[in-house]
Design a protein around this ligand. Sequence first.
Ligand code: EZ4
Ligand code: CO
Length: 404
Amino acid sequence: MSGQIEKVEVLVCSPGRNYVSVKITSSDGVVGWGDATLNGRELAVAAYIRDHLASTLIGRPADRIEDTWQYLYRGAYWRRGPVTMTAIGAIDIALWDLNAKALGVPVHRLLGGATRNRILAYTHATGWDLPALIDSVDATREAGYRAIRAQFGVPGLETVYGVSQSAAYEPAGRGARPAEELWDTHAYLRHAPKVLSALREHVGPDLHLLHDAHHRLDPTQAARLARSLEEVDLFWLEDLIPAENQELLRSVRAATVTPLAIGEVFTSIWDCRILLAERLIDFIRMAVSHGGGISHLRTVLNYAAVHQVKAGPHGPSDISPIAMAASLHLGLASPNVAIQEYMGHPAETAEVFSPGYTFTDGYLHPGDAPGLGVEVDETAAARFEYEGAYLPTARTLDGGVTDW
Ligand code: EZ4
Ligand code: CO
């Protein structure tokens, strides 16, 4: 018994970047935390939970996690979409945390237990030119990583997705409106194969290399790039095209044997059902927070497993330590989670969130503390006030809006 849901609170804070967290307290005094962070749209999710979900949850049995998910998803009539699914996801994650704490077990035990000892991690390396990229990859390898995502500058472009001008890469920029970036797909396509081939030559055959095209190509360009990179032997090539139209992946898939990953912007099984059923991708990238929580992502993972699709969940800085922990507990309990993105967080984030997960030797483990194993310091959080921040908007050289 975990009692009833007594309180649902929303915590918005900005230790180094913005996070929205949900705190659920049961009548037994047990607390569970969920992550409701949606990059650049944080306050919409905070209001959705505070103004529309909180009152409907009070008094419900805290141990009915799946029923609560059904109640919020089907009961609202309006379905899907990132704001709704992130809000539902945060409640779901908080209830898994709360119930596991009430029982005194880690969340992965409630999910059926560990299916392996640890989860392969990958992180980001970036450099404007090849020497800088090689330095970044070497340093990342030195830090223990066995899988590295490589992003690089493109001659003629001043800003490029995934490449920082100065310190650590953070896609969201503070301010009242998004920064505008210029993008030229042709320049990228001329440059990318050369850089990635030279990088493979430098690192040798063992290191797993990944690359993210961030939804910027059309299916023909995507097929050409993926085919030209086959010799580079990428672990995956990510987000080649925007995937609202899932059927468009068929032609890309038929053209190449480079492994394809997609799905960080997906929020439900309905965004990837065809991709999975036809095995048009090798890895599904949905995040536990944006994808309706542990309960729904588990459905997606199981459906993926039926079609021999693996998973590599999204793990940028906008996935707070709470959702990162949730992803690792679910990942440890799910046989087809092959790899976890692990970008890390700004230093100040550790003043508010103390996660129990560990990184050793290129692998992650969620820890065995009860629940998700993340402590949240609300007093510290009060020191870091929310500040508007947006993901950039991209334009082509003629000034038209293009996919960022
Ligand atoms: O652009 O998290 O693979 N990771 C990514 C990320 C996303 C941001 C969006 O908020 O593509 O950098
Ligand atoms: Co990505």
